[in-house]
Design a protein around this ligand. Structure first.
Ligand SMILES: O[C@H]1[C@H](O)[C@@H](O)[C@H](O)[C@@H](O)[C@H]1O
Length: 620
């Protein structure tokens, strides 16, 4: 066996710009392989308690739709207030994710996670006790602040404590917890939807339980060894690393991190604010473009529109009963959750790049299918057959088909059907206080009698709903394993330590900003482009995302965090061909070491081994 260099059997690198013969520090010749042989349970424990932050992210973003159904009736919320309560959380998350970078670098990952879970607990309490809508808004903003910090800190923390061979899987578990949180939220929504008085208090308040669990759990968990080393707390860092690796040989890992930090200090783009240093430093700037691009495309592929729109899609498919629609929407988030599990399973088997590419291809095709379903439904949209005298003189009376009628947010379609055919249909104004009813006429009746006509707001009855439904399920099945988790996973790994907090803050901020943009504009986009137009537009955006990933996303699987920076030393879009061997490395070459089986795993004689750290570089 030849000399072993760095992790995962890479060959020695020559052309060293700098070569150190350092004090021998390794005991086992292959400590990273040792880590692969057995992973201490403690790492899973850390991942679990951190990923509770992901759970809260998912729960708090998911629970609001069901809570809103009850809230709008109980508090008589106008459309503006409903919109405020939903989007204030996402807006606050964007702001706190952006500022979280500074906190993360300053206070450390552990304190930030503790702060986030504390904010989640307070937010949950405010929401469950809120006497009016203003306090509710304060609670939703508070929760958003927690989500922002958690969304950027948790993946970083998990990546920094994980051994390289498991890092992808463990960070992806955070995404599993996000979709798990969304799923549990939809089940809780379903369960409490029967409690028309104060049910929303339980829905919104239940998040206090996982938040407290995380808060108390994290008191006993350690800070990231990488952050500690960066802050010069070497002794503590070594101690934590050996605690996390449960007594395995940590010398090689420790030395790689330490040397990489020393190298980074010299090279990290000079002084000044970190964001400016990132922008001045070629490889890190390129990493930031890739990270932010991935997060932007994740949201532009329309996940939250599809999730939000799932209830309507189900209504189109003929589900009339509100309660039934809520439970079926839970099935949608269950699909998202189950397929994220597939991602956890695949990420270390096929790698991040292939998983993201495969996911995007499937997502694009499913979006096209969704669009075709909407197109066929629009082309076969039932006509308006009744034109009752409209004393309000609204625009609704002008529409000749259900498609045109439902695209106007002020109108709804009132009709009867005999199972195969729509008849006695009219387009009338929706009630301003609740779009569940028409403002006047046959569909304004709030009592649900079997012979009442059907009120369709935001959708049209169609016999092509099965295509849309199939598109929805396929979309989630393809999105959830790749485009859902990979932007978070990749961002946690691609920045060097000095830029990691700020890099993740920026990319998480981009995610939240595009989240707000897409959800706030969807209805307007649909109004201008129609539903099928909107979904064809998302298909186009996914094609762009595919080109971006194909060109710019390198594979990070199996590399140590310190090696990943080197993937970005080449041109931005090198079609994934960059390899860490191309450029600078900090590696250990054992000199004169006996690799015979007898020596394997034994405590080596320091005097017999010389470590050479070889560093090659090619920048900009
Ligand atoms: O990765 C997550 C996940 O896919 C969620 O389902 C989605 O709601 C979030 O916006 C996204 O960031």
């Amino acid at each position: 066996m030849s000399n072993r260099v760095g992790s995962r059997g890479q060959k020695a690198v020559d052309d060293g710009e700098r070569s150190l013969i350092g004090p021998p520090s390794g005991d086992s010749p292959d400590s990273l392989l040792d880590q692969e042989a057995s992973t201490p349970i403690f790492v899973y424990l850390l991942a679990f308690f951190s990923a509770l932050g992901g759970f809260l992210f998912g729960y708090d973003t998911g629970v609001v739709s069901g809570a809103m159904l009850l809230l709008k009736k109980e508090m008589k919320l106008s459309a503006l207030w409903q919109e405020l309560l939903v989007s204030s959380t996402v807006g606050a998350a964007a702001l706190s994710a952006l500022s979280g970078g500074f906190l993360n670098g300053w206070l450390g990952r552990k304190i930030c996670i503790l702060v986030a879970s504390f904010i989640f607990s307070i937010g949950g309490l405010i929401l469950s006790l809120a006497p009016d809508k203003v306090v509710l808004l304060v609670g939703r903003i508070t929760v958003g602040l927690g989500i922002g910090i958690a969304s950027m800190t948790v993946p970083v923390y998990i990546a920094e404590v994980s051994p390289p061979h498991l890092r992808g899987q463990l960070v992806t578990i955070n995404s599993l917890f996000i979709t798990g949180g969304q799923f549990i939220a939809s089940v809780v929504d379903g369960a409490f939807s029967y409690m028309s008085h104060d049910g929303w208090r339980y829905m919104l308040g239940l998040s206090v339980v996982p938040a407290m669990l995380q808060f108390f759990g994290f008191f006993f968990l350690p800070e990231s060894p990488r952050w500690l080393l960066q802050k010069g707390q070497c002794q503590k860092a070594r101690q934590v690393l050996s605690q996390i690796r449960a007594g395995q040989n940590i010398n090689e890992e420790y030395d790689t991190i330490r040397l990489s930090i020393e190298e980074e200090d010299k090279e990290a783009g000079g002084g000044g604010p970190v964001i400016l240093r990132i922008l001045r430093h070629g490889p890190t700037r390129r990493a930031l473009i890739v990270g932010c691009g991935l997060q932007m495309f994740q949201q532009l592929s329309g996940i939250n529109t599809v999730m939000y729109y799932s209830a309507t899609i189900l209504q189109m498919a003929g589900v009339r009963d509100d309660k039934q629609a809520i439970w079926l929407a839970a099935a949608t988030s269950a699909t998202n959750f189950v397929f994220t599990l597939v991602g956890v399973w695949l990420v270390e088997r096929v790698g991040r790049r292939k998983l993201t590419l495969g996911s995007l291809i499937g997502t694009g095709l499913s979006l096209a299918l969704l669009a075709i379903g909407f197109l066929l439904s629009a082309q076969n949209s039932p006509p308006v057959t009744l034109h009752p005298v409209d004393f309000q003189n609204s625009t609704c009376r002008l529409y000749g088909s259900c498609e045109l009628c439902m695209l106007d947010p002020d109108c709804g379609f009132c009709y009867r059907d005999n199972g195969t055919r729509v008849f006695d249909s009219s387009c009338v104004s929706a009630d301003q206080t609740s779009t569940d009813h028409a403002a006047w006429g046959r569909c304004s009746n709030r009592t649900e009698a079997a012979d009442n006509p059907i009120w369709a707001y935001n959708y049209c009855p169609t016999s092509y709903s099965w295509i849309v439904l199939m598109g929805l399920i396929l979309y989630l099945a393809f999105f959830a394993p790749g485009m859902g988790p990979m932007p978070w996973t990749v961002n946690s790994e691609i920045y060097p330590l000095w830029a990691r907090s700020v890099g993740n803050a920026c990319s998480a901020g981009v995610n939240w900003i595009f989240n707000v943009l897409v959800s706030l504009t969807f209805l307007h986009v649909a109004q201008f482009l129609t539903y099928y137009g909107a979904f064809f537009m998302y298909t186009g955006l996914v094609v762009l995302a595919l080109l971006f990933v194909l060109g710019c996303l390198p594979e990070t699987q199996g590399l140590q965090l310190e090696e990943i920076e080197n993937l970005f030393t080449g041109p931005l879009c090198s079609c994934g061909s960059s390899s860490p061997n191309d450029n600078r490395h900090v590696h250990y070459i054992r000199q004169g070491l006996d690799f015979s089986p007898a020596h394997y795993g034994s405590v080596g004689s320091d005097s017999a081994i010389a470590y050479i750290t070889v560093s090659t570089r090619s920048r900009r």
